[in-house]
Ligand binder design. Structure first.
Ligand SMILES: [Zn+2]
Length: 254
């Protein structure tokens, strides 16, 4: 992982060493006398062998966040689940009292701001620049989840019934990630053909989620004597955590 290092003077920082594969770009302070608090961020695009402007901020630290920035959905859900963790795909904007309000949204939430303009995240970013989490007051909140990876739970399950339950949960991870991938793709490129891919992914996800809920009910009945148990939010969040990790590992990111 490349680190930020100061350049020849205090007004420039590089992400990694230039010329290496880890090099990510730089931030530069604007003219120190007229604009002492303005920093510009430039990202290195290895495929084009060129720097692209990606954002501006009032501190070097904030400007650095724009370089190789990870943009996640900024929707606040609730205290138990925190902010939506899926990749941002569009930016919705609204001109309000002369100021441009903006919000980064995932495919699922791409329609929540009624009457706002929609731009693809990459288009917005190259035009106006973008710092991750700017639309969130006080920073991103992700409540801690004290559960091991599902694969580990499968291996450590003390009974066959519990093991089957974890295996069923594990089967939900990938279809959930695929559904979010197509949801995002459809939000960025709204074509009928994308809608079909999205609907197929959604159908697949519905099926595996039902099976997982069924296996959880069996497990709770057989091992804990509870009838009609439904999948607890904690396990849904565990599935979500792994789906988000899967999406990050997917080629192309989002
Ligand atoms: Zn979202």
């Amino acid at each position: 992982m490349a680190e930020w290092v100061q350049g020849g003077y205090s007004g420039i920082y590089y992400l990694g060493e230039k010329g290496t594969k880890d090099y990510g770009g730089y931030v530069l302070r604007a003219d120190g006398e007229t604009n002492p608090e303005v920093w510009f961020a430039y990202e290195w695009d290895a495929s084009k062998e060129a720097h692209a402007w990606v954002g501006r901020a009032t501190t070097a630290e904030d400007a650095q966040k724009a370089v190789k920035g990870k943009f996640l959905c900024e929707v606040w859900r609730n205290k138990e689940t925190g902010h939506c963790p899926y990749p941002g795909v569009v930016v919705r904007t609204l001109l309000y009292r002369g100021e441009q309000l903006r919000m980064v949204l995932c495919g699922e939430h791409s329609h929540v701001m009624k009457g706002w303009e929609t731009l693809r995240l990459e288009d917005y970013r190259s035009k106006y620049g973008l710092i991750p989490n700017v639309g969130i007051y006080g920073g991103r909140i992700t409540p801690p989840l004290d559960l091991p990876p599902i694969r580990e739970a499968v291996l450590n399950a003390p009974t066959i019934t519990e093991r089957n339950m974890w295996i069923a949960l594990n089967r939900v991870v990938r279809p959930l990630a695929e559904m979010h991938y197509w949801w995002g793709h459809f939000a960025r490129f709204p074509l009928d053909v994308n809608e079909r891919s999205y609907r197929d992914a959604r159908g697949q996800w519905n099926r595996v989620q039902e099976q997982a809920a069924g296996m959880y009910a069996v497990y709770m009945r057989e091992e804990h004597g509870k009838r009609n148990a439904t999948l607890p939010n904690e396990l849904l969040r565990l599935i979500e955590r792994e789906a988000v990790a899967y999406l990050k590992g997917k080629k192309g990111g989002k």
